[in-house]
Design a binder for this molecule. Structure first.
Ligand code: SF4
Length: 210
């Protein structure tokens, strides 16, 4: 095992302990293929799965693998009318499993997300069934301040992907905008597993997503 892999395992398992102390089920896996295997084990074959805006989940092949296996998938990415997209966002949050990544997780186990539309943070706090996070080691942050900065750092690539001219795309860094194009309108910090929700967090020892 390389030095980096060993370090990732030590850090990842430490964050797993911190998440567990806060009521989240959590585990560390070294690779994205192991993460995919665990996702397919954790999600029942007859479960519906809501997949919001997440590059990680799509990049590791989870969406395709679940679809191929016969799980019903709700997602708002792809060509659809704005009304269909709105409907799809509601369905994602009502699914048996809400499968997503996170923008940041602190070493002390807080899960941080920033959202422009609000559907993703709503699903994380008020999902219908299991909320399953898959998070690359690159998303770990030292504390809340670092985590919010880390979360905002995802906005430039996300804005480019969505062809949005946010102030940070123009400036090259966050300027704490409050303009029409802002993608940072709601910040959710899960400080503890929310009452009535079930959570499972898979930390992956690879860089995944933005
Ligand atoms: S400039 Fe605006 S959209 Fe960009 S990261 Fe900062 S608050 Fe978010």
């Amino acid at each position: 095992m390389s030095i980096v892999s060993t370090a990732n395992e030590i850090i990842g398992n430490d964050v797993v302990k911190a998440l567990t102390r806060r009521g989240f089920e959590a585990e560390y896996v070294a690779t994205s293929s192991e993460a995919l295997k665990r996702i397919l084990e954790i999600i029942p074959e007859n479960a519906s799965v809501g997949i919001p805006g997440t590059v990680t989940v799509r990049d590791i092949g989870a969406l395709d693998a679940l679809k191929e296996r016969g799980n019903i998938i709700y997602q708002h990415w792809g060509p659809m009318t704005s009304e269909e997209r709105r409907e799809a966002r509601f369905k994602e949050n009502e699914a048996d499993v809400f499968l997503t990544s996170a923008n940041a997780i602190t070493r002390d186990g807080e899960i941080i997300n920033i959202d422009g539309t609000g559907n993703r943070v709503a699903g994380m706090a008020w999902g219908n069934g299991l909320v399953l996070f898959v998070v690359g080691i690159n998303k770990l942050a030292f504390d809340l301040t670092d985590g919010i900065k880390r979360a905002k750092s995802a906005t430039i690539p996300n804005a480019i992907r969505q062809n949005e001219q946010t102030a940070c795309v123009k400036a090259g860094h966050c300027v704490n905008c409050h303009d029409e194009a802002s993608m940072c309108r709601a910040i959710l910090i899960l400080a503890q597993a929310v009452k009535g929700r079930k959570y499972h967090v898979i930390i992956v020892g690879e860089n995944l997503g933005y």
